[in-house]
Ligand binder design. Sequence first.
Ligand code: GDP
Ligand code: MG
Length: 217
Amino acid sequence: MHVIGMDKDVFEINNKIAERNRKTFDEAGVLAINFMGAIGSGKTAMIEVLHKKLIGYRIAAIAGDIISDLDANRLKKLGIPVLGVNTGRECHLDAHLVEHAADHFDLKDIDILFVENVGNLICPVDFVLGTQLNVTIVSVSEGDDTVEKHPMIFVSSDAAVINKIDIADAVGADAEKMRRDALHINSKLRVFMTSIRKDMGIDEFADWIKKEKEKRK
Ligand SMILES: Nc1nc2c(ncn2[C@@H]2O[C@H](COP(=O)(O)OP(=O)(O)O)[C@@H](O)[C@H]2O)c(=O)[nH]1
Ligand SMILES: [Mg+2]
């Protein structure tokens, strides 16, 4: 069918640009990490807190959003070099947007580049960006069935972060079930249970990022 053919072209073009991005990041010694997850799961908050934990690493961020520059401004306030990218009506970043955004940075001056995707658990799956790592952040307040309801994003992730475990009891969510679901979907996933609010599990997540960065030196 014609529509399927069109989609195939779009994905092929995106994949090609993503490969180019990957090469650019590798050659510049940049570890790029795509943070995916629903609106409000804690993607921006995670970049804010990791900025404090990843001492000695030069970090920068690309903040994807449909229209606003609120997240970019939050990160800018902390002194993080950041570029906001508005996607208009699109519910995901794509490789082309990331390629352009990356052009705004001197990549030689960056160790770790966080790419905050648009808040969505479905659309980003089909659009790889060329980041070396893909991380999905979900929060317990989305309901403890949110992982099993969105398997594809966990299939295409290297790590899953189950965030806001501090309020799991208050919202009646079983965070351990979410961990089990994630591993059931993808047994290779690294799963981190975190509370940004209470500084739980963040050091483990930051250590994993550091190790991934050191691997690529
Ligand atoms: N209780 C609690 N709230 C959190 C935690 N992490 C983030 N939040 C709050 O969740 C809201 C959304 O966070 P934000 O980082 O903007 O989400 P994003 O849309 O994924 O970027 C903010 O009000 C945060 O303060 C956490 O671990 N526990
Ligand atoms: Mg955000």
